[in-house]
Design a protein around this ligand. Structure first.
Ligand SMILES: Nc1ncnc2c1ncn2[C@@H]1O[C@H](COP(=O)(O)OP(=O)(O)OP(=O)(O)O)[C@@H](O)[C@H]1O
Length: 244
């Protein structure tokens, strides 16, 4: 169980509050769709939950352990359990899919590993196994810059898992992908929640959130105004969060 208490995030020298004391909780195996109007704070919330941005205030606990107390960024130990997927995954285009998976993501793996690129042979085997599970074995030695958008996103998911992610925060992970690739990426995330007990929170268009997620958060003006489990949103709920 992940518990968020009074999460506040201010920017511009603490003069502008973007997230206003969010309190919520979520658990392993949930796939939560984050919806809401542009500028409502979706990316900021995802970055905070994935320990990529320091919180201005609030507490965060995982299974009863406080990982943020009164603000801050949390420790590397917990950061490595969190992955942050962006619209365009930050892969090194000149390195192969395999090398990208092995080196890891800024924020999730230590800078020493990323600088030296040194890996052990069982890391190599683990990465190849993971790429195979995602149907990417034949792409392992292809430079990331030559992969399609959907393949790059799946390499990024693979990379997150190889480095121990239990929690994936995904910021519009399928924007710009064709419907089949989008289905592939979201189906992959859904399966990770259902079968592997991973937790995913993804900013998505409402139709995709309703189709793939077990729960929907409506974020407006830095506050979770809607929290709905196991069903679609009603028209009046959509209206209440400015979606129609
Ligand atoms: N570092 C920052 N400095 C100044 N303003 C910021 C910063 N980070 C976020 N904001 C502001 O906070 C608000 C929320 O931004 P955020 O990107 O989280 O929204 P969003 O819901 O993801 O929007 P979109 O759907 O358009 O991507 C916006 O008004 C944005 O300009």
């Amino acid at each position: 169980m992940m518990k968020v208490e009074r999460l506040t995030l201010s920017v511009e020298g603490n003069t502008k509050e973007v997230l206003h004391g969010i309190t919520t909780q979520f658990k392993q195996g949930e796939m939560i769709g984050l919806v809401g109007p542009s500028g409502g704070g979706k990316s900021t919330l995802l970055r905070c939950l994935a320990l990529r941005d320091p919180w201005t205030g609030g507490d965060y606990s995982w299974d009863g352990k406080k990982i943020i107390s009164g603000g801050g960024k949390g420790s590397q130990k917990y950061r490595s359990k969190c992955a942050y997927l962006e619209q365009n995954p930050s892969l090194n285009p000149e390195k192969s899919a395999l090398k990208n998976v092995l080196i890891g993501q800024v924020g999730q793996t230590s800078w020493i590993r990323r600088m030296t690129g040194m890996v052990r042979s069982d890391d190599y085997m683990g990465a190849m196994d993971e790429l195979e599970k995602f149907g990417l074995l034949d792409k392992a030695h292809v430079k990331a810059g030559k992969l399609s958008g959907g393949e790059r996103q799946r390499v990024a998911i693979c990379r997150a898992l190889v480095h121990g992610a239990d929690f994936i925060a995904a910021d519009e992970p399928v924007i710009g992908l064709d419907p089949k690739s989008a289905e592939n990426v979201l189906g992959t995330l859904q399966e990770l929640c259902k079968n592997k007990g991973k937790t995913v929170i993804a900013a998505l268009p409402i139709e995709l959130a309703e189709r793939y997620c077990t729960r929907i958060w409506g974020l407006v003006d830095g506050k979770i105004e809607l929290d709905v489990t196991g069903r679609r949103l009603t028209e009046s709920e959509k209206r209440s969060i400015d979606l129609i």
